[in-house]
Design a protein around this ligand. Structure first.
Ligand SMILES: [Zn+2]
Length: 433
């Protein structure tokens, strides 16, 4: 059949037809072998990328951590952030959202020193001194621009702090600083959910973890009226025991960096990740995982352009863009704070002008969409899903190397391009039923 079409319409001699047939067969053989190799080497990855939820509209969430007890100046900055976010609205009228990973307590230095460093005592956001911060956080929540997330009753495990105080001069100096920012603690001590009194760290007793999670939940309810359903593990070190305790206390979603770390090694660095995590994957107690996939830390020189590039890249992969940032980017002296706030506004407005259908929502809402197969946010059309799948495949380092080596990258890009034309973005409204 193929030979007859060639002979009738394009080529004159039998030899020419035979040559073309041979080349076509060779190309088909190459394609089959290359795809077989891809499936053999990366079958599991192909399956994971297909199963990971694909979203129809770009989503952008700014995820900021470490807010908690602090001076009234923090409250002023939180109110400024509220004002900026409230002025930026998506097509459905929802304001830009910044999640706040809230730490409820800090050490009571005077009481700890009075006990000779033997007993841990805390100060919490419930104290009147911190009312301005609590009021600013509440104000942002009422305006719909802040969404609270759990980030530990403290940003450390109290007994670890006490144990390390005895032998660590720098830690004693930190305790003597009236500002006492958790961001300046040694990294391994910031990992609340492991015993880093000695390194390598060890797992904490499960009873202690459960008690600590209950205590944090109760204090959250007392201060804010409810306990958040999203948890952000401090320094992304946690284990299944912590996850189960969270689940028992109403947590439904864990924010991850795309993997789980469970230990601090000798020297304090993170031990190798114990598992790979993708958006929408389920953890202990039915927990939904979400993945923070980029950074916006003005204090480290990140500018709005970085955010625009991140949103373009993640949206092509039909993934939400979750930007990690920290309080320290917004409390670093008047000039740097001004610059950080301007970059934040520019990042959000620029992302919106580049993606007019961009959605703003909290991480808790995103997790609900990812866990609901009927959600309007999720892409179901087969050509869209195939295009996104191919795009994700190209973005994975391991498979990209094979795609380049086998020459599969070219037909894959061509297919993606063709499907892109066929499946031009359609308007999806999330608030319709
Ligand atoms: Zn933190």
């Amino acid at each position: 059949m193929f030979r007859r079409v060639l002979a009738d319409h394009f080529l004159r001699s039998e030899t020419e037809v035979s040559h073309v047939t041979f080349v076509v067969l060779l190309l088909m053989l190459w394609l089959v072998l290359a795809v077989a190799l891809l499936v053999a080497r990366h079958g599991r990855l192909l399956h994971e990328l297909w199963r990971e939820p694909m979203i129809e509209r770009p989503v952008l969430i700014v995820e900021s951590d470490d807010w908690g007890p602090g001076p009234a100046e923090d409250a002023r900055i939180l109110r400024e952030i509220t004002g900026i976010l409230a002025r930026i609205r998506d097509r459905d009228g929802h304001p830009a959202v910044m999640t706040l990973g809230v730490v409820l307590g800090i050490p009571d230095a005077a009481a700890i020193l009075a006990s000779g460093g033997a007993e841990y005592t805390r100060r919490t956001l419930a104290e009147t001194e911190f009312t301005p911060v609590v009021d600013a956080i509440r104000g942002g929540c009422v305006a719909g621009v802040f969404a609270l997330q759990r980030h530990g009753l403290e940003h450390f495990w109290p007994q670890v702090l006490i144990a390390r105080l005895r032998e660590d001069d720098a830690l004693r100096a930190w305790l003597g600083d009236p500002l006492m920012r958790s961001e300046t603690l040694p990294a391994e001590i910031q990992s609340r959910w492991v015993d880093a009194a000695r390194l390598p760290s060890r797992a904490l007793p499960s009873d202690d973890i459960e008690r600590a999670v209950r205590e944090e939940t109760e204090l959250f309810r007392r201060i804010f009226g409810e306990a958040p359903e999203v948890a952000v593990p401090n320094t992304f070190v946690w284990d299944e025991t912590v996850e189960r305790a969270w689940a028992a206390s109403g947590v439904r979603c864990v924010v991850t960096p795309g993997c789980r770390f469970e230990q601090r090694r000798e020297g304090g660095g993170l031990a190798a990740a114990t598992r790979r995590i993708r958006n929408g994957q389920r953890g202990a107690g039915g927990m939904t995982y979400v993945v923070r996939n980029d950074y916006f830390e003005p204090i480290r020189g990140h500018r709005a352009e970085r955010v625009w590039q991140a949103v373009a890249r993640r949206s092509a992969q039909a993934r939400p863009t979750l930007l990690e940032t920290h309080r320290e980017s917004f409390i670093d002296g008047p000039d740097r704070v001004r610059m950080a706030l301007e970059e934040l506004e520019s990042a959000l407005r620029g992302a919106q002008s580049r993606h007019p259908d961009l959605c703003f929502m909290s991480t808790a809402e995103l997790a609900r969409h990812l866990a609901d197969p009927a959600s309007r946010l999720l892409a179901r059309r087969l050509p869209v899903r195939i295009r996104v799948w191919l795009c994700r495949l190209r973005a994975e380092l391991a498979s990209a190397r094979l795609l380049k080596a086998t020459g599969l990258m070219l037909p894959l890009r061509a297919t993606e391009w063709g499907l892109g034309i066929l499946t031009r973005q359609r308007v999806v409204r999330l608030d319709q039923t």
